[in-house]
Design a binder for this molecule. Structure first.
Ligand SMILES: [Cu+2]
Length: 208
């Protein structure tokens, strides 16, 4: 019913607009006619599609983002997607491949720049004025996540709820990055949990 009404309304608008445009051209003197008549049809054609999109979307649903984890030699270590949810808690899905067996820290870092070989360009954690780690008083960073326990075949998929992380933090002027570390995060050491060297880095960007 709703979509049908919308379609009818759109159709009425389309049929009404040329008349309005003609009125405009007759009322306004010499300056406008060319631009009015050439631009108006394009705007009408785009309107119905533009109106249909919001009604298809789930209320509160926002665009997800993705980081492709890459090592210093360009090797792929998998992907991390992060999606805002209606509850306000971010949902991160980590899909790893080819990662050395063991326990690794993984965090959202504050700068979306992955310069080899050490990825120090990604800066520190997205900290949000908090201490690092769930074991620290005043923790944790919005960019903190639990360690990943990677099995011998190097592949692992986990989903994490990431509290305190917002889309604005990930898409600020200098972006954000996901860093996979060589060592486990101890969840208490400042400022980054003693997670060691940066094995892989991925800049966070909007999914297509
Ligand atoms: Cu880190």
């Amino acid at each position: 019913m709703l979509t049908r009404t919308t379609a009818l309304t759109a159709a009425l608008l389309i049929s009404a607009w040329p008349a309005l445009a003609q009125d405009a051209t007759t009322e306004t003197p010499a300056e406008a006619p060319a631009s009015e008549t050439t631009e108006a049809p394009a705007a009408e054609a785009a309107a119905p599609e533009g109106e249909a999109q919001p009604s298809d979307a789930v209320p509160g649903e926002m665009a997800s983002m993705i980081a492709e984890l890459t090592g210093p030699e360009g090797e792929s270590f998998g992907t991390v997607t992060v999606a805002p949810t209606p509850s306000g808690v971010m949902l991160a899905t980590i899909t790893l491949e080819g990662v050395p067996e063991g326990i690794h820290g993984i965090h959202f870092h504050e700068t979306g720049t992955c310069t080899t070989p050490d990825f120090e360009s990604a800066g520190g954690h997205i900290a949000g004025d908090h201490e690092h780690g769930v074991m620290a008083e005043g923790g944790a960073h919005p960019g903190d996540m639990p360690n990943v326990h990677v099995p011998a075949d190097g592949a692992l998929t986990v989903e994490y709820f990431v509290h305190g992380l917002t889309a604005d933090m990930l898409s600020d002027d200098d972006g954000a990055a996901v860093i996979l570390h060589a060592q486990p995060d101890d969840y208490s050491g400042q400022p980054s949990g003693n997670a060691g060297p940066r094995l892989a880095c991925g800049t966070v960007s909007a999914t297509e």
